[in-house]
Design a protein around this ligand. Structure first.
Ligand code: PRP
Length: 186
């Protein structure tokens, strides 16, 4: 399916821009209340979380630190092997003694978040909580304790608001279900 317009790869909108805006504001307000008097460190897991993290931090009204890490699963195809490669930017990541909030776009099997959480605890974080935009509970393999979640969704192939298919469609401002012909032709 060759197309010039990214909107045409979407079968239907699962979560609209307006629903996202409202929910992100709500979660940002909750974090601001829960961490009042503290200065948590937001650790955004790239690449998928870049849009959610940037909207979320603008909905938080207390001071926060913001850091980024890359996490990717080893392995071919859509199923990961369970080994997660974690990389920090230049200068590393100083989580020592910090109240960390990990920000993710989606929890699927839970392997990435579980590994990122262990990594941050090993770095000396004082507390580690998880904030995810989407959750697919039906796909969970490794249990993870999610403190903040915007939407739980069925096990469908979704794109947009940071989520990609084959490194594309992250820029869609809503979450959409991908047309099957888009992935079936590959
Ligand atoms: C996606 C997503 C999460 C992870 C969730 O990342 O951003 O990090 O998968 O899956 P899990 O719960 O099964 O571990 P991906 O490796 O596709 O990289 P990306 O963020 O660059 O899209």
């Amino acid at each position: 399916m060759k197309t010039e317009d990214i909107n045409s790869v979407v079968d239907r909108v699962l979560i609209s821009e307006e629903e996202i805006r409202r929910k992100v504001a709500e979660v940002g307000a909750r974090i601001s209340r829960d961490y009042a008097g503290k200065e948590p460190l937001i650790v955004a897991v790239l690449s998928g979380s870049f849009i959610f993290a940037s909207d979320l931090v603008r909905a938080i009204t207390i001071p926060v630190g913001i850091s980024f890490i890359y996490a990717s699963s080893y392995g071919e195809g859509s199923e990961s092997t369970g080994r997660v490669d974690i990389r920090t930017g230049k200068g590393g990541l100083d989580a020592e003694g910090r109240d960390v909030i990990i920000v993710e776009d989606i929890v699927d099997t839970g392997r990435t978040l579980s590994a990122v959480r262990d990594f941050l605890i090993e770095k000396g974080a004082k507390s580690v909580e998880i904030c995810t935009f989407l959750d697919k509970p039906a796909r969970r393999v490794v249990p993870v304790d999610v403190r903040y979640m915007c939407f739980d969704i069925p096990n469908e192939f979704v794109v947009g608001y940071g989520l990609d298919y084959a490194y594309k469609y992250r820029q869609l401002p809503f979450v959409g279900v991908l047309k099957p012909e888009v992935y079936e032709e590959n």
